[in-house]
Design a protein around this ligand. Structure first.
Ligand code: GLU
Length: 378
């Protein structure tokens, strides 16, 4: 594929995750780069005003903690790093909060451990709380919970590059922007080879592209190009485009979102994603069955989601997030990821969506299964 027109590709972005590395947050003279944080806040506020949803994944807890404790180099011992992270995280949030305050925007701290990716309940809670924060116009600011999880600060494989990709993929972001101290992906290490060439477009992360990854480069942060390529693979599978760009470029976020040709774009092929997802749903084992009436079946086939109104019954003891079969008149015609437990669906079957909250005491979605989570079977 020849290089894609980014302006077209990014025209309808609605949810953007921005990952900011430690090197962008701290200055070489051991201070926090408040000018940069202010610029991120101003650009983010602009995106929100333009109707986009923005989530920030911030590094820098350890870096800021070390500055505060007057420790000049990153200690090797995990407990010392955890202590630095514990000191730095609150302070890091204070800087973010102050930066956004200038643009009349509130921030919310979310600290994650990696199990949100595999633990369904944690993931659903995360998705719901992020959705709710965004609906209030608040910017979620995420980091790993470094002082209790050694995963990230321990190895180069668990880092905020990967964390940001996991977040972007789970919350169905359209674009992940990784801001770093490098311009993007090069065919060889530009710090060593002056003739290294910047690759501006990656259609697919092949073994050849992976070979460009090399070793971690930065002394302050954890990641390097290798972790960014791991992030790229996570995004590629999830249907989220990813751009790596240099945080020193003026108004870099605005430029990336506007489709300017800067940094490296890792393209996520749209067709593959929806196919992959529905293929994955249709091949997965179902944990139970939802029986629907004829009208609901037609609605699912024609327009998408399954509303409680058309549900006649459930069988099996499934939980929200599980894959279930959808049947009508004894024939299974679709499968989907349910947004409610079997017992909940049993209580709301046949009712109008307006009554869901009254009956269950909560309502996460109007649909029992949302359109994007349904795969029709042949
Ligand atoms: N979570 C770490 C911190 O906030 C940084 C990890 C990274 O550099 O990717 O200090």
């Amino acid at each position: 594929m020849s290089e894609i027109d980014r302006k077209d590709l990014f025209e309808n972005l609605s949810r953007v995750v921005i990952k900011i590395g430690t090197t962008s947050i701290t200055n070489d003279d051991s201070t926090v780069n408040t000018v940069f944080l202010d610029s991120v806040a101003s650009q983010t506020a602009g995106l929100i005003a333009a109707g986009k949803e923005v989530i920030i994944v911030t590094s820098g807890a350890i870096g800021v903690g070390l500055l505060m404790l007057g420790i000049p180099t990153k200690p090797k011992e995990i407990p010392a790093r955890q202590a630095a992270a514990a000191v730095g995280q609150g302070e890091l949030m204070r800087y973010w909060s102050e930066a956004f305050h200038h643009y009349d925007t509130k921030v919310a701290q979310i600290l994650l451990s990696y199990d949100f990716y595999s633990d369904r309940v944690k993931y659903l809670n995360l998705r719901n709380s992020i959705g709710s924060l965004l609906s209030y116009g608040v910017v979620p600011v995420i980091n790993e919970n470094d002082s209790t999880c050694t995963n990230e600060i321990d190895t180069v494989f668990g880092d905020n590059d990967r964390l940001s990709a996991m977040v972007a993929s789970k919350i169905e972001a359209d674009l992940l922007i990784i801001l770093s101290d490098i311009d993007g992906l090069y065919d060889k290490n530009p710090k060593v080879y002056p003739d290294a060439k910047l690759i501006s477009f990656v259609e697919k992360i092949t073994p050849e592209i992976e070979a460009y990854g090399g070793d971690p480069t930065s002394m302050k942060g954890v990641g390097g190009m290798r972790t960014k390529l791991i992030a790229g693979k996570i995004c590629e599978k999830a249907g989220c485009h990813m751009v790596i760009a240099n945080s020193q470029i003026d108004r870099v976020i605005e430029k990336v979102v506007a489709g300017d040709n800067i940094g490296t774009l890792f393209y996520a092929a749209e067709e593959n994603i929806s196919n992959n997802k529905s293929r994955w749903i249709s091949f997965s084992k179902s944990e139970g069955t939802i029986s629907v009436d004829r009208g609901a079946m037609d609605a699912v086939i024609k327009t998408g989601g399954l509303l409680p109104k058309g549900v006649k019954g459930v069988s099996g003891d499934f939980k929200r997030g599980d894959i279930v079969s959808i049947e009508c008149g004894g024939a299974v015609f679709a499968k989907g990821i349910t947004d409610y437990d079997a017992q909940e669906i049993d209580k709301i079957k046949g009712v109008h969506t307006d009554d869901i909250e009254k009956i269950l005491g909560h309502k996460d979605y109007d649909n029992v299964i949302r359109k994007e989570n349904i795969a029709l079977l042949d």
